[in-house]
Design a protein around this ligand. Structure first.
Ligand code: AMP
Length: 141
């Protein structure tokens, strides 16, 4: 997608590409993922075409935040799952493949389908944590 060109998700939102829609309001659109990790895997997308979450307006962020729990509840009720992950990738190195902000809602089913948790963790150094948190707080005012 080059600058100004509609993303594949914008084409879906505009009805130019098909999808299995589950939700729409003035600011948000949600549909089933075409390659689901598990039954019910849904993408929740702001109509605003921002590439990554840090570029999204407060208005769209608020609209998405408002409906994520509601859409999650509906997916859980329909699929019978009780556990789920909300995943949000930003940038190629972070596994983003469609460059239009979106949240994945991925139910975790009893058969094990859903998201695996392969992430490597480290121990937070207390001094580094103090400096880092201070720097972030300063920017957030
Ligand atoms: P991400 O890697 O976080 O950018 O995820 C992009 C997601 O979009 C993947 O899970 C794809 O399966 C999904 N996807 C791509 N094209 C379509 C489409 N036309 N309809 C539904 N889901 C799609």
């Amino acid at each position: 997608m080059s600058q100004g060109e509609p993303s594949i998700f914008s084409l879906i939102i505009d009805g130019q590409l098909p999808c299995h829609k589950v939700y729409e309001d003035d600011s948000v659109f949600a549909f089933l993922d075409i390659n689901p990790c598990s039954t019910g895997h849904t993408l929740v997308v702001p109509k605003e075409q921002a590439t990554t979450l840090d570029q999204l307006s407060d208005e769209s962020a608020a609209a998405i935040g408002t409906v994520l729990p509601r859409i999650s509840r509906a997916i859980l009720e329909v699929t019978g799952a009780t556990d789920f992950n909300v995943l949000q990738n930003n940038g190629e190195a972070a596994f983003q493949s469609v460059f239009h902000v979106h949240f994945h809602i991925i139910p975790k089913h009893e058969d094990g389908s859903g998201l695996a948790w392969p992430f490597i963790t480290t121990q937070l150094d207390p001094e580094e944590g103090k400096t880092l948190a201070e720097s972030i707080r300063k920017l957030l005012g």
